[in-house]
Each structure stands twice: as C-alpha cells, then as structure tokens.
Design a protein around this ligand. Structure first.
Ligand SMILES: C[S@@+](CC[C@H](N)C(=O)[O-])C[C@H]1O[C@@H](n2cnc3c(N)ncnc32)[C@H](O)[C@@H]1O
Length: 197
C-alpha cells in the first residue's frame, strides 16, 4: 500500500490513537520553541492538525499557520476541527512544498520526517521555503529508537520509515543549508533544530 493511502485509511481514527501524555509532551515542546508572535509557521505533515491549535495560540492573531499534508483524508479531518482566518491548509508533498522560496519564518514537522521518501530532498525543501535565519524543528514525542522500533513493528507501508542516526541527520540538515544544528534524543522527545543560513 502506498503511504498516502495508509494515512488516508487511518485518518478517521487518528486522533483516538493519540494519548493525553503525547499531547502534553507536544505542548511542552511547542511552548519551548517560543515562536514569535506574528510569525509565519509551516506545519509540515500536519496530519489531522494535532499541532495546529498549539501553533495558532503561539503565533497569535497576527501570525499565520500553513498546514500541509499529502493525504487528503488527514487534511479533511483537520479542516473539520479547525478554522481560523490565519490558518491555511494545503495539500502537498514535503518533497515539493507548494510554497514560494523564503515564504515562512519557521518549519515545524512533528512525527512526519521519517515518512518522507527522500529525506534529503525534504530537508532541502524546508530550507528553500524558510527565510534566511528561519528555524526548522523536526520532532517526535518519543526517542529515535522508540519511533524506529514502532515503525518496524507496525510493518507494511511504514516499515522502512526510520529516523537516521544522529550523524546522518546532522549531515542531511547541514548539506541542506542549516547551521547551529542541535539534536536532543531522549525517551520523551526527539528534537532536531537548525537555522537556515
Ligand atoms: C504520523 S503522521 C503525523 C501527523 C501530525 N504531524 C501529528 O503530529 O499527528 C505523519 C503525517 O505525515 C504525512 N506525510 C507523509 N509523507 C508525506 C509527504 N511526503 N508529504 C506530506 N505529508 C506527508 C502523512 O500523511 C501523515 O499525515
């Protein structure tokens, strides 16, 4: 099964699979990002929009959230739940992001990066749509080992969706044009952050 169909099939039940503890971790992570009020944030691989209300609250009414996913059913679930004048949903692929160069201040990508087929291409696209000095934050509410074990045990379309080891992640993001790259990997969170040169 293609990954897009896999996620579309799961869309209606997706939110029931996300526990309160995971929401709490994500809220903490978004709070720690300290997004500037008024900033324009891309939520790449938004799914059912789990991060959307957190991002909208963080950027405030003068900010903008653009939420992109390639699976129409996931987006449909997100759209049912969330409508704000400063929220835009777009169907599109992380490897060919439907935004202009330097269109956003921040890219956040929760629990989606290892699902992209070509990780280098997705990182390059994140760099392209970020303004100079803008920040990428790739995260998961679990460690790398937990996520990779989960995907292997789920099998099928996500079996090969693995977060590369640390030095490979550094290489992917530095070659894409990011600097000041940091990576935290612990039981309750995985977070790679970098600044577009
Ligand atoms: C595990 S879900 C996470 C969704 C959401 N970020 C969350 O926190 O719940 C991964 C999402 O990435 C999306 N996705 C996977 N590959 C993609 C791609 N190449 N381009 C855009 N979205 C993609 C899937 O459709 C799915 O909605």
């Amino acid at each position: 099964m293609h990954k897009k169909d896999y996620f579309d099939e799961k869309a209606a039940k997706w939110d029931t699979l996300i526990h309160d503890e995971v929401i709490n971790r994500l809220q903490d992570m978004v709070r720690e990002l300290a997004l500037s009020r008024g900033s324009k944030v891309l939520d790449l691989g938004t799914g059912t929009g789990v991060l959307v209300p957190m991002l909208i609250e963080a950027v405030g009414p003068s900010g903008v959230v653009v939420a992109i996913d390639f699976a129409p059913q996931m987006l449909a679930e997100a759209k049912k739940k969330y409508q704000w004048p400063n929220l835009e949903f777009l169907e599109g692929d992380a490897e060919d992001i439907p935004l202009a160069d330097q269109a956003v201040d921040e890219v956040v990508c929760n629990s989606a990066f290892p699902h992209f087929d070509d990780l280098k291409r997705a990182a390059n696209e994140m760099a392209r749509v970020l303004r100079s000095g803008g920040r990428v934050s790739v995260f998961h509410p679990h460690s790398r080992v937990y996520i990779n074990d989960l995907h292997v045990s789920l099998g099928g379309a996500v079996r090969n969706c693995l977060i590369p080891e640390e030095k490979v992640m550094y290489a992917i993001f530095s070659e894409a044009g990011f600097e000041n790259i940091t990576l935290e990997d612990m039981p309750q969170r995985y977070l790679l952050s970098g600044r577009k040169v």
